[in-house]
Design a protein around this ligand. Structure first.
Ligand SMILES: NC(=O)c1ccc[n+]([C@@H]2O[C@H](COP(=O)([O-])OP(=O)(O)OC[C@H]3O[C@@H](n4cnc5c(N)ncnc54)[C@H](O)[C@@H]3O)[C@@H](O)[C@H]2O)c1
Length: 409
């Protein structure tokens, strides 16, 4: 039987927690111990079993397995319960970022506004009406624990992070947020029995990794600090899954193209910028060369991958670091040509900067057979479908911006 630490987390949370030394089974042949903080029953109604809560309160003298445990003390303790109460919360960190904004929309649509806790260091540019935003800095363990306890969180989508280009300019910040942040989340997930999604990246691969059809298990020797933080994060996930039973799931995202929120300082931002500049100005100066080819994905598929993976039965998952996933690859020149089909006057020029070197170290295409086999991963958008959908949304957005700026003049 699985035991959990009793937490100050439900209706009974006003009761003082009394940490006790591990209760040891009194039978010579049994080495079982019960490592629990327990609540004193003196002020608690021990009959109040709540099977819809995440924790079942159990009077210690009445648990079947504890025929072993002899105690006259009026303690209760809490067992994790499979039945999830609907009122328990989903926490999103980094929710004002490129992925967080879209993922929050879908999670709110699925579960309702009052079930999704949207947090970041900053408020997003485009705020959704009726949605409240909480400030959470994931580098502070105390804040992470407080918010999980206070809101009875059961699932965490941990998206707070520093992206590749920003990470190379601020390596200490990248390490602090990407490594200490993920460690805090995993440690809190262990203590409070939360399920976690955390995104890794194709940046775990480096110059020594096979570039074509990059396998799931291969060399991960990135030349960037961002890549190093993602490799470390993957290993932390694996450690917490295998040593502590934390149900943490992860994918290695390729570059993501989206229109809702601006990209946050990545090496593939050119793919998003090109759409906006094509619609706004009819031209774009790209910061990588025309033949720079990278694995990419459209945001609806990225969000779908998160939900599909989180919905998959735990038993079908065979990767506890991070799953390779892929949709398509294109070069900057190929995207420019695809755009020209719908914006014939569009001109793209190329002026590579420091991000070229990062792009050169990443794979050209990704093998995602394991994700397809284990949790039936399947993207829905190809390049042309993405270009048409992006253009539709970017045109709407740019038209709204123009109307707003005309109103303000
Ligand atoms: N967008 C991509 O193409 C891509 C590709 C691969 C992996 N990823 C990963 O996905 C995750 C989300 O990426 P994104 O594109 O949404 O990034 P983003 O930069 O758009 O958003 C990240 C968010 O994290 C927040 N943040 C930064 N430091 C924080 C802290 N200390 N505490 C709380 N919040 C903090 C930022 O304010 C920002 O809103 C990251 O881990 C990133 O590495 C993204």
């Amino acid at each position: 039987m699985e035991y959990g630490y009793a937490q100050k987390r439900t209706k009974t949370s006003s009761l003082p927690i009394t940490p006790v030394p591990a209760l040891r089974c009194s039978s010579e042949s049994c080495r079982d111990t019960l490592n629990l903080a327990v609540y004193k029953t003196s002020t608690y109604n021990a009959k109040n079993w709540d099977l819809h809560s995440k924790w079942v309160d159990v009077n210690i003298q009445s648990i079947p397995v504890t025929g072993c445990f002899r105690t006259e003390m009026p303690f209760i303790f809490r067992l994790p319960c499979n039945a999830r109460k609907h009122g328990l919360m989903i926490l999103i960190t980094g929710a004002s970022g490129q992925i967080g904004v879209d993922l929050a929309d879908v999670l709110v649509e699925r579960h309702g506004d009052d079930q999704v806790l949207v947090t970041d260091l900053r408020i997003p540019e485009l705020q959704r009406s009726g949605r409240s935003y909480d400030v959470l800095d994931v580098t502070y363990m105390e804040s992470v624990e407080k918010i999980i306890q206070a809101h009875d969180v059961h699932t965490i989508f941990h998206l707070a992070g520093i992206l590749s280009a920003t990470g190379e300019r601020h390596p200490e910040l990248a390490w602090n947020v990407n490594v200490n942040g993920v460690r805090n989340i995993l440690e809190a997930a262990r203590r409070f029995d939360c399920k976690v999604f955390w995104p890794s990246s194709i940046a775990v691969f480096g110059p020594t990794t096979p570039k074509d059809d990059t396998p799931q298990e291969t060399v991960t020797e990135p030349g960037t600090m961002y890549g190093a933080t993602k490799v470390t994060g993957e290993l932390l996930c694996k450690f917490h899954a295998t040593h502590h039973g934390v149900d943490v799931r992860s994918v290695r995202f390729p570059g993501i193209v989206s229109h809702s929120a601006p990209p946050g300082g990545g090496t593939t931002d050119w793919a998003v910028d090109m759409f906006f500049e094509a619609v706004r100005n009819g031209r774009y100066e790209c910061f990588v060369t025309e033949d720079t080819r990278l694995p990419m994905m459209y945001m609806p598929d990225a969000v779908k991958s998160v939900l599909d993976l989180m919905d998959a039965p735990n038993t079908s998952l065979t990767v506890r670091t991070s799953y390779n996933i892929a949709a398509f690859s294109f070069s900057a020149g190929e995207l420019a040509s695809a755009l020209k089909k719908y914006v014939p006057a569009f001109e793209c020029t190329y002026a590579p900067d420091y991000r070229q070197e990062i792009a050169n170290s990443w794979p050209l295409s990704i093998n995602d057979e394991r994700a397809r086999r284990d949790w039936q991963w399947m993207p829905e958008y190809d390049l042309d479908a993405m270009v048409q959908d992006m253009l539709h949304h970017v045109r709407e957005k740019v038209a709204r911006e123009s109307a707003n700026s005309a109103d303000n003049q």
